[in-house]
Design a protein around this ligand. Sequence first.
Ligand code: PMP
Length: 317
Amino acid sequence: MVKLQKPEFVYMNGGLRSWNDAVLHIGCEAVTRGLSVFEGLKGYWGRDGCFRIVELRRHYERLQRSARLLHIPFDTSYDAYEGAIFQLAAALLGTERDMWFRTTLYVTEGHWGEGTAADLVVTAYHTEKEIPESIDIGVSTWRRSVDLALPARIKASTNYQVARLARIEGRPRGWSDMVLLNQEGRVAEATGACVLMVRDGTIYTPPATEGALESITLDLVESLASSLGVGFVRRPIDRTELLIADELALCGTLAEITLVRSVDGFTLPSNRITGAIQSKYFAIMRAEEAFGGVVLSAVHSTAATVREPISVSGSRG
Ligand code: PMP
């Protein structure tokens, strides 16, 4: 998890601002109704000394979809979106740590959907380079909301209220993440990641229609599984299946591939397949291994300048 940080700069109102100047008015809908949609993106230092951001265009497109579903105007071009992230990366990057970027559309003007205007804000936080440790998780009593109320497909900040409640619930038991079930009691997703379950050598994950975000990392895991000759199936998952699974892992931009040691106190017997996926994932992110199934955009930065990005691989496959 990213530790709370106060970086020196934030991208807001079309340029870099100091952290202390990055404020919103209490009267805007971003504050009064928590009206904002966002994306979390990750950038990695490769072994070759190049810093690359993962699947920029796909994050931009998902932000567009979230905004469209909530009737939030988002007229920033892809190039401007990328430019804003690169500008902030150049200002804050240090070689000893990677970065996680949050690109948020805050609704700054309008009332109940009339006269809506939003500002694209980019914040960036340092993350350690280590592969995440295995974790213990639980199944929350809180439920994922339905598509007709707070749709999981929309990456709105308000969707994370239930994630917060679930984490608070699990913390006293030493559980660092929680699985949220949907209204039918089947697995939806974790608080900020999708669930990977292995049974009899195949990876299973719930489809987005079970109440999960349409995850970009999950698509990559699907390609990785295929390259390793491992089956990958999207189908509903019962709660009890988690408890008798051979392996469990969480996947997401920030969670990366995090192996699960236990769920609700049940110890998982293996991490053979999820461990192999994890190793391959990090080898690709660190540019130790080429892989056609992911697009990484290189940021050439010398503290204050950013040159043209280079796409280091082809399209998803
Ligand atoms: N579900 C939730 C609730 C999330 O916040 C995330 C992280 N964005 C994911 C799943 C994984 O999505 P992605 O792989 O696109 O980061």
